[in-house]
Design a protein around this ligand. Sequence first.
Ligand code: ATP
Ligand code: MG
Length: 384
Amino acid sequence: MKTAIVRYHEIALKGHNRSWFINTLVENINRKLYGLKAKVSRDDSGIRIKYSDTVPNTEIIEKLSTIFGIAKFKLVETSEIEIDSLIKTVKKVLEENTLPFNTFKLNSNRSNKSYPLTSMELNERIGAYVEKLTGGKVDLSSPDLTITVDIREKTAYVSLKDYKGPGGLPVGVSAHVATLLSGGIDSPVAAFNMFKRGCSNSFIHFHSFPMVDASSREKAIKLAKSLSVNQKKSLLYLVPFVDIQMEIIAKVQASYRVIAYRRFMVRVAEAIAKIDGASALVTGESVGQVASQTIENIATIGSVTNMPIFRPLIATNKSEIIDQAKLIGTYDVSIQPDEDCCSLFVPANPATKSTPRKAELYETGIDSKDLVNKTIDNLEILEF
Ligand code: ATP
Ligand code: MG
């Protein structure tokens, strides 16, 4: 069996919730490593994962690097704690990982305080051995290689490298939210950022099929599937939007149509969130990115609900969002061409300085409660 040791930082700060946070992280790691026959357990200073020698380290590294709540992790070789065993293990680790280095340092820690050697003595004894074995020179300030030796009660761990986790909080420790997922670049990134803060997500997509082709719907399905790796169960609510749009086109002045579309999206999303158990809505809006996203319009759109709407991308630039979308693997799907529902029957120059009062005035002829209820009756729900 091989071993990985996982560290978290933020979750260590959460007082009496600490245990629950760590258990959630253990559960999430178990789910991600499902099928690899790994054994995940808590130990005194982190989480320990035992996995079969047949599992490639690259697979473990790839999986652990994407689990929220993990600050860093290392792949370790287990050793007995006596100095002779430690030296043998260090030799084995150096031989197995043929890393080129000229300089190195030893970094020993003892959580077992009754151990007969101090950390300093351990560093000196093992360091002298490594110098003789490899010809490398000790450099304490900027070594090419750091060899970490961790002495616990009954075993010791030897490792060469820390890998970075994504940080954040384990998914499931914050409240559940519902993300309005278009087929575009921004909203999947918004959902990802909520996962990072420990929120599980449901997804809501509005489509105008069959008035337009099914491309945005297909993209939303692909995006929801790809985001679903971050949580136990994902629901995608597919909302037929044509009836609402027809009503808006008939009753609302052209310059306010996009705003009215969005206000109805929020009304329907709020109703879905209530069924779904979500405590907040999430969008991919960013100030000034398009005409419908001026601060005034964002306020007019948000004013139809008392439910909190989170906009994790509100102050990010498009280029930053694109970089993040590439990193999380949603970009390639998002840039495929689609027929978006909001492009139907809207003018080239929509209002940019809307007010809730005017929006309400233009919507007077619409029975919004009835329209929302009818829409909810026709939801299609997919589960991943
Ligand atoms: P995105 O890249 O997420 O599509 P965008 O920059 O294109 O965002 P808009 O099209 O103005 O911006 O949409 C703003 C936000 O409204 C989106 O980020 C998304 O949260 C929500 N939204 C827009 N269209 C839809 C849709 N068809 N279904 C669900 N949510 C949508
Ligand atoms: Mg869009």
